[in-house]
Write a protein that binds this ligand. Sequence first.
Ligand code: NAP
Length: 311
Amino acid sequence: MAKNWNVHASGAARVLILGASGQLGRELERSFAGFGDVTAVSRETVDLTRGEELRALVRRVEPDFILNAAAYTAVDRAESEPEVAFAVNADASRILAEEALARDALLVHYSTDYVFDGTKPEAWTEKDAPHPLNVYGASKLAGERAVQDVGGRALIFRTSWVYGPKGKNFLFTMLRLARERDRLTIVDDQVGAPTTSIELARATRAILDGVVGGSFGAPSEWTGLYHMSCAGAVTWFGFAQAIFARSVELGVKAPELKAITTEEYPTPAKRPGNSVLANAKLHERFGVRLALWETALDDVFKALRAGDACV
Ligand SMILES: NC(=O)c1ccc[n+]([C@@H]2O[C@H](COP(=O)([O-])OP(=O)(O)OC[C@H]3O[C@@H](n4cnc5c(N)ncnc54)[C@H](OP(=O)(O)O)[C@@H]3O)[C@@H](O)[C@H]2O)c1
């Protein structure tokens, strides 16, 4: 028997979204309109490094669902700020899991392909052993494990190469650089699946609709860790090519692109060579598939053309 999540007198499930100013948080807020009584908060409301304030917030909102889209996502900066990265990505995640457990709420938490070291030639499954190469990946892995250790009802969705119509991301970096330069050099030996905030929010809403509707059975049958990324795979170079095949629609001329290796583009944080995620478990359990990355890219361009953007 599925839990009746709509436990409040108003009849509406209470949803707390953290990271509302981020790429994913913004789309979740949009996607969950109509799902229930949504409270979406950003850093101004609560700084996740202040654990007790975070607890107090959850107790005040009394959510049935907590969607944690907040994270320390500055991969290179994390190398020099490990304490902050761990405070946000691991400690705050544990607090949310504890508070969710205390009130029998469902926690939806997001993690990253960067928990893997990139050495596997095929797509990574949920059964593969994580081995992060950088502080960001290690802090996100610690967050996953904290949520699992607490042992409440939680869905952990690992995703990759997130971008969307708003926020700091590879797409906007490419469009900005193309305005400034005629020629760009892009890494061509890291493979992943660019995944849009739009697809992630759509899939999360579809899954939670199913959870509320009792489609997936008891929580013990669906609680757990799932990979959730757009279908297909490409290198950063290939992704840039796809962006510039469409950028003229936005009045941005394609620059000349030159493929380089990771070695030729040193960064503070090491990155995995292959971080493509296998999404079979998500589809088998929830019947949900994210779009092919190129189709999802078309959708972002559509949103940008419609003015839903900050190019
Ligand atoms: N971006 C990627 O390429 C990528 C790849 C794989 C997985 N993921 C995962 O996907 C999820 C969503 O990522 P995203 O791309 O939407 O991230 P994002 O755009 O960087 O947004 C992160 C959000 O977290 C907030 N935040 C960070 N530190 C905070 C703090 N101390 N207190 C309160 N809020 C804080 C940010 O607030 P401010 O705006 O105020 O900083 C922002 O709203 C995360 O779990 C991330 O780890 C992302």
